[in-house]
Design a protein around this ligand. Structure first.
Ligand code: FAD
Length: 145
């Protein structure tokens, strides 16, 4: 079974609450763990950026389910293709809330990988999205493995 990575961005529903995020993470951890999916979900400036890694069919099915979720809208597929190895092998799904990060470090990371000063994955390439998430994970002390 080939290993695939999918990257997408979306806009959070207005008024999305902490219990909403907690529920998303509980479902993600449960479902992704069983499905062999790993990845990371970033949330900031009312936008989501998610990376899913795993088998092609299950990643595709999971993305289509997520895209129907009314807690976000305008999902934009940034990348879906085969990879040699996982970048987030340890996490069934790790949530990073950008608002809780060190503003200086986050600002520097945003500027390195984006043309905007706010978090807007829609203007970032797939490679920039991936590197942004990998470095954010490292900033938070995660090695990915
Ligand atoms: P149930 O929990 O039984 O849900 C059934 C249906 O109700 C689903 O269509 C679901 O979308 C909807 N629903 C459930 N709770 C709510 C709620 N509080 N408000 C509105 N609708 C609701 N799921 C994963 O498995 N893996 C992921 O990586 C993942 N990432 C996500 C990222 C984002 C940004 C969002 C918004 C959701 C994500 N989800 C993820 C959740 C996913 O969209 C589904 O809600 C979840 O997979 C359904 O889990 P379930 O099969 O146990 O169904």
């Amino acid at each position: 079974m080939s290993l695939y990575r999918l990257i997408y961005a979306s806009r959070a529903r207005q008024g999305l609450s902490f219990p909403d995020l907690r529920d998303i993470m509980e479902k993600s951890e449960r479902n992704n763990g069983v499905a062999g999916i790993t990845g990371m979900l970033g949330f900031g400036d009312e936008m989501f950026l998610q990376i899913l890694e795993g088998g092609r069919r299950i990643i595709s099915q999971t993305y289509h389910r997520i895209a129907q979720d009314p807690r976000h809208y305008e999902p934009e597929l940034i990348e879906f293709g085969p990879i040699e190895e996982r970048s987030f092998g340890v996490w069934s799904m790790k949530l990073v809330q950008l608002g809780q990060m060190d503003p200086g470090k986050l600002g520097a990371l945003r500027l390195r990988y984006s043309s905007t000063t706010n978090f807007n994955p829609s203007v970032m390439s797939a490679q920039q999205c991936l590197r942004f998430m990998v470095e954010m994970n490292a900033l938070l002390g995660g090695s990915g493995y």
